[in-house]
Every structure is written in C-alpha cells, then in structure tokens.
Design a protein around this ligand. Structure first.
Ligand SMILES: [Zn+2]
Length: 215
C-alpha cells in the first residue's frame, strides 16, 4: 500500500514536470507554471536552471480590464483561445493540458506575430472558468446570434444583437484594414472565421496527449 502511494506520488510529480516543461516552451512565467502544476518556485528554478528562452519573471497580466480595451484582433484571438480550451476540456482533457493544446493550436494557425501570450491565455481562461487563482469569474462565452461565433463577454451580459461580436466586426472591417487582411487572408473569410481556427482542433492529433502515467 505504501509502495503504491509512493508510485502514485512519483507519477504525479513526473506529470507535473512534463506540463511545466511544455509551459516553459510556450514562454510561461514561473507563477503561471506554479499555478498550473502545483510545483514550487524553488523546484521550477531548479528545473529551468539553464532555460532556452525559458519562463519569464515579472508582473502577470490581468485580463479583466484589458479585454474590454484591447483592439479587435486581440479580442478575436483571445476568444478563439478560450473557446478552444473549453472545447478540449469538454472532451475530458485535463484543463492545463487543454490550455497547452489550445495555445499550441493558436500558434500554429497564427498568420502574424501572436498577439496573445501564454500567460495572457492562462489569465483569460482562469477568469472565464473561475479556476486556478480566480474565485469569481469575470467573463462568459456568448454565441453571436448573427454569425454563430462564440466570443468572450462580461459575465452579466447577454447581447441581443451582434453589436459586440468581434467576428462580425472583423468581417465588416476586412476590406479597409490591412492588419486584419494580414491576419485573415481572403480565403479564410470564405469560411466561418472561427471555424477556420477551431475545426482542425477536432482532429485527435491536435489534442494534447497526456502522459500515460497522468494521474
Ligand atoms: Zn458575430
């Protein structure tokens, strides 16, 4: 019995180290990795003694105000990531692994420099789901009645029209804004923009694979 407990403890620790390494590769700060894995700052500093562009230090982003003041492309990409995480988590994938899988998918499909950092993605998901360090949610995911895309909005809001939908705005502004054209080439617009990002995520190969010893 004691040896089983020891084995389980070792498996959990190995899993946490694997998650920490993936987070570090994606540019996460130490605090983010701590919150996602339960490892201590001391353990992480020891693990990433010689990081290759490894975890950054410094102030963690707070997205509660940021999201509402962010530009259209940031709001669109923030919504994409959170929706991806939710879809992966709904398939039973552990939330930290869902975040890692969604963020990798986001990076793979970015046509320009990513606007959302891993720390930002973590913070957005935390404030939408009320998990990790958050006790009170600030965002919910709303489905646009016009384009059917899902996007982040304030927790208490349930818009009756598409006036807040970043995806509808993006479509309307596409011909006038070179930044939007760079991020979303014309062929993308022939399909639903959100599905352009999300559809491939349904392939099993893009979902993160937890280690076999995952607790
Ligand atoms: Zn819309």
């Amino acid at each position: 019995m004691k040896s089983e407990r020891n084995l389980l403890h070792a498996q959990r620790h190995i899993h946490a180290l694997a998650v920490a390494t993936e987070c570090a590769e994606l540019g996460a700060r130490i605090r983010t990795i701590q919150l996602l894995t339960g490892l201590s700052a001391g353990q992480l500093h020891q693990l990433f003694r010689h990081p290759l562009g490894g975890p950054r230090r410094g102030r963690h982003p707070d997205s509660r105000e940021w999201y509402h003041n962010a530009n259209l492309l940031c709001r669109t990409e923030a919504s994409i990531i959170v929706v991806l995480v939710r879809r992966l988590a709904s398939r039973g994938i552990d939330p930290p692994l869902a975040l890692i899988g969604a963020y990798r998918h986001y990076l793979n499909f970015c046509k320009t420099q990513p606007r959302i950092s891993f720390d930002r993605a973590f913070d957005l998901v935390a404030h939408t789901t009320g998990r990790w360090f958050v006790t009170a949610r600030s965002f919910s995911i709303f489905t646009c009645p016009t384009c059917k895309s899902e996007y982040l909005t304030s927790l208490s809001l349930a818009p009756l029209t598409n006036h807040e939908c970043p995806f509808c705005k993006l479509l309307n502004r596409h011909t006038k804004d070179p930044r939007i054209q760079a991020a979303y080439p014309r062929q993308t617009l022939q399909r639903d923009i959100q599905m352009f990002w999300i559809s491939a995520c349904w392939c099993e190969r893009l979902a993160p694979h937890p280690p076999s010893n995952s607790p």
